[in-house]
Design a protein around this ligand. Structure first.
Ligand code: AMP
Length: 170
């Protein structure tokens, strides 16, 4: 299936000069959504994850569905102030602005293998910061899974040497 048809380019969102890759058409089409999750699951299987980690907020959509597809539990990295229990935190720069992510301190048991999921890999700052949270809790980064990769931003370099899988590369 050609998932490319289900990605919409929105110029100058949220800032001038950014071409925003809108993945909501994938979610809106059951065939496209199911296909994207099936491909992500197939690519992730060799990394043998114990848990799926979804990054707020579009990572929740793909991460949640992927966790069910792979019969694995789901944990979440969220924007500050959203999680009710004690949290670990990490701050980082992204393509537009900066951000902090939090994870519950008991999300990961030492030695668990974590697959980090988001809709899109741009500079890699968000995913690399999330990997720091995983390692802080003595988890092992099994790999990263994205639907879309903006290859010209070379985000993969930040995630080296852990495995990175993507469905569509621009
Ligand atoms: P980065 O940390 O630069 O890899 O940015 C990744 C995060 O920002 C992901 O959560 C993406 O959803 C979002 N993002 C960054 N750039 C774009 C873009 N051009 N289109 C859509 N989402 C983006």
């Amino acid at each position: 299936m050609d998932l490319d048809k289900f990605i919409r380019d929105i110029p100058d969102f949220p800032k001038p000069g950014i071409i925003f890759k809108d993945i909501t058409p994938i979610l809106r089409d059951p065939g496209a959504f199911r296909h994207s999750i099936a491909v992500l699951a197939e690519q992730a299987q060799p990394t043998k994850p114990d848990l799926i980690l979804g990054i707020e907020s579009r990572g929740f959509l793909f991460g949640g569905a992927l966790a069910l597809q792979m019969n694995l539990g789901l944990i979440v990295a969220r924007k500050p102030g959203k999680l009710p229990y004690e949290t670990d935190q990490v701050s980082y720069d992204l393509e537009y602005g900066s951000n902090t992510l939090e994870m519950h301190t008991d999300a990961i048991e030492p030695g668990q293998r974590i697959l980090i999921v988001d809709d899109l890999l741009a500079t890699g700052g968000t995913a690399a910061a999330t990997a720091k949270l995983v390692r802080k809790q003595q988890g092992i980064v099994a790999g990263f899974a994205f639907v879309v990769e903006l290859a010209f931003l070379e985000g993969r370099k930040q995630l080296d040497p852990d495995p990175v899988s993507t469905i569509l590369t621009y």
